[in-house]
Design a protein around this ligand. Structure first.
Ligand SMILES: CC(C)(COP(=O)(O)OP(=O)(O)OC[C@H]1O[C@@H](n2cnc3c(N)ncnc32)[C@H](O)[C@@H]1OP(=O)(O)O)[C@@H](O)C(=O)NCCC(=O)NCCS
Length: 180
């Protein structure tokens, strides 16, 4: 899975690669983060995530340039996608899709058979991406995002028992960074 290349990425002269996120990627990650989310995670949050043994973070690169990233927590049999973003000038080129499929492959490698995430109700692009890969909306969390008061849509790939919605590990992890 790691360092795979994509023959289907024709718009760039240099190939797209998906590789593990490293500290030297964080300037770009934080810059893309600020362009992508109403409330952004700080650099320290990513530094912490890189030390988290239950986390896996990946970046998409065109040549040496980071153009997107995604991450998740895996506590088998569940994975929780925590973030996914592509730089605005690189969107609609299949990069988000490549990151998502790489995360799903990594989740499977780490023993997770179910994958969940939350997405803002208004985020049509992300919801369409997740839906394309089989995620289904199973619940709403009213007013989940404190910055706008917007609802979160809880999506799952493969059904999960209701108890997993209140899994203690997930809850403690979320409190570190706040919702996306
Ligand atoms: C969501 C996001 C990661 C998608 O990345 P991307 O590289 O532009 O997406 P892709 O080009 O791989 O598109 C894959 C699929 O996603 C969906 N999609 C992506 N952008 C879309 C848009 N603007 N409108 C509708 N559907 C869209 C489509 O289903 C698309 O498949 P298709 O090309 O066959 O139509 C990107 O828009 C982004 O970074 N948004 C800001 C951050 C964010 O909202 N992250 C998600 C947090 S939950």
């Amino acid at each position: 899975m790691i360092a795979e290349t994509d023959q289907r990425f024709p718009a760039q002269e240099e190939e797209l690669t998906i590789v593990p996120m490293a500290r030297q990627d964080l300037d770009r990650v934080v810059a893309i983060e600020r362009q992508s989310f109403p409330t952004s995670w700080r650099r320290e949050a990513y530094e912490r995530e890189l030390l988290n043994l239950n986390a896996r973070y990946l970046v998409a690169k065109v040549g040496a340039e980071v153009v997107g990233y995604g991450g998740m927590w895996v506590i088998a049999p569940e994975a929780h996608i925590t973030t996914l973003a592509v730089a605005p000038d690189n969107r609609r080129r299949g990069i988000g899709e490549r990151l998502l499929t790489a995360l799903l492959e990594a989740a499977e490698d780490m023993g997770a058979s179910r994958v969940t995430l939350e997405v803002r109700e208004s985020n049509a692009a992300a919801r369409a991406l997740y839906h394309k890969y089989g995620f289904e909306a199973v619940a709403y969390m009213r007013g989940y995002y404190p910055d706008t008061g917007e609802d979160a849509v809880v999506m799952w790939l493969n059904p999960a028992p209701p108890a997993s919605q209140v899994n203690d590990d997930r809850a403690s992890g979320e409190s570190k960074h706040g919702p996306r």
